[in-house]
Write a protein that binds this ligand. Structure first.
Ligand SMILES: [Fe+2]
Ligand SMILES: [Fe+2]
Length: 164
């Protein structure tokens, strides 16, 4: 099977893009929480917009590819209500919640100049998503490689392409 047509390879490649953004976010948060002048801190916080827009658009599309294309088909083999897919779904919701808290913390900073919540919610989001990606890469996707046949993979890929 052409690797570009393999849905698991496509999702793994999304994960690499997410990891780059999380690395950038970590760099921003370390500076924001460190010894910097107020104007520089404000400037750094303004630059978080590109990261929140990645989370709102690209990460959300990635979650939908998993939730609406991969999980229903893989769920036929390993179940959805319990087990690894269930855990992944809970973590997607936790990520959505943390991303809301992160964005709220950014808007609150604009009114009260407190940056601590930006750093703490951002750090929590990095930790959650890093561990989530590791679990998918090392556990869930291995299960998918073992269970899914080419016909199912094609069907998943086709569905993933329709998600925008
Ligand atoms: Fe996921
Ligand atoms: Fe994922």
């Amino acid at each position: 099977m052409d690797t570009m047509l393999d849905p698991i390879d496509a999702l793994k490649s999304d994960h690499e893009a997410v990891k780059v953004v999380l690395g950038n976010l970590d760099g921003y948060l370390k500076k924001i929480g460190g010894q910097v002048s107020d104007p520089l801190r404000k400037n750094l916080i303004n630059q978080l917009n590109e990261i929140t827009s990645f989370i709102d658009k690209d990460l959300e599309i990635h979650f939908k590819k998993e939730e609406n294309a991969l999980f229903p088909v893989l769920g036929n083999y390993i179940g959805i209500e319990t087990g690894p897919i269930h855990v992944m779904l809970i973590e997607h919701e936790q990520s959505r919640q943390l991303s809301k808290e992160f964005k709220n913390a950014i808007s609150e900073y604009l009114s009260n100049n407190k940056y601590e919540n930006i750093v703490s919610s951002g750090d929590s989001l990095i930790q959650l998503l890093s561990e989530h990606i590791d679990k998918e890469n090392n556990i869930l996707f291995n299960m998918a490689e073992m269970q899914l046949n080419n016909e199912e993979k094609n069907k998943i890929m086709e569905k993933m392409r329709s998600i925008k």
